[in-house]
Ligand binder design. Structure first.
Ligand code: GLP
Length: 240
């Protein structure tokens, strides 16, 4: 696993956007795995800028998002569907039917999860997977556990994730469950890029980079991937 440390948020976002640009130019019909949260926001802004400048097109790109809350209306301002529309999809030329996000309101979550994994498989698999990291080391919504998770499934969010993400839910209650791609599913991506910024992520990054490879810190599994890179600012890297 490679680690790169950047002096500015802009330099980090530019580097991450370069990885996307290279992938799209090399393979215009590539499959991208996308993440939500504050960490990827500057990268999405940079991708929108590059699209607007005519450097890249998403016309043939397919996307799969990592996760979605359960029981939140799709158009709720806190759904990951709304996040992706606001930060990326509504600004680029990706066809609506190329966008995939788990349906957090599915009647049968198991069926939904199975169908989601089947769609990823049918697409040929994810070429480039973007990740953030939770303060507890989670990736997607794969919380610390006794065993690594496998495929897409419904998870009960941990208290620490509920506490960390509650900041967005100013006038509603944060859902307790989410659908998330599993760790094994994430590891099937050909390339993985994880973005972490700020001192709140420093311990999780230390555990990821130098703790035991353990489901107690799900991101630590990335050390077993043949092409994973952590993009960090100074604060997130401060305990390395
Ligand atoms: C949520 C998402 C994760 C994300 C994490 C960190 O829990 N499910 O995919 O990595 O938040 O978010 P932030 O980048 O806002 O700290």
């Amino acid at each position: 696993m490679e680690i790169k440390i950047f002096e500015t948020e802009e330099a980090l976002a530019n580097y991450a956007a370069d990885l996307f640009e290279e992938t799209i130019l090399r393979k215009p019909d590539c499959v991208l795995g996308l993440a939500t949260g504050a960490s990827p926001e500057p990268t999405y802004a940079e991708l929108v800028r590059r699209y607007t400048q005519g450097r890249i097109s998403f016309a043939q790109v397919t996307t799969f998002n990592l996760d979605e809350y359960c029981g939140l209306p799709r158009d709720d301002k806190n759904s990951y569907y709304s996040f992706m529309q606001a930060h990326l999809f509504s600004h680029i030329d990706i066809p609506a039917d190329h966008i995939h996000i788990e349906n957090g309101n599915a009647e049968d979550y198991e069926e939904e999860a199975k169908a989601y994994d089947a769609q990823i498989l049918a697409s040929g698999g994810i070429d480039l997977q973007l990740l953030g990291i939770g303060t507890n080391g989670h990736i997607g919504f794969n919380e610390p556990a006794d065993a690594f998770t496998e495929h897409t499934f419904r998870i009960k969010l941990s208290d620490s994730t509920i506490a960390a993400n509650s900041r967005y839910f100013t006038d509603s209650k944060i859902p307790e469950y989410a659908l998330t791609m599993g760790v094994a599913g994430i590891m099937m991506a050909k390339k993985i890029v994880l973005i972490a910024t700020g001192s709140k992520k420093a311990q999780a990054i230390k555990d990821t980079a130098s703790g035991p490879i353990s489901p107690r810190c799900p991101a630590s599994v990335l050390r077993l991937h043949r092409d994973a890179v952590l993009l960090l600012d100074r604060e997130a890297a401060s305990l390395l």
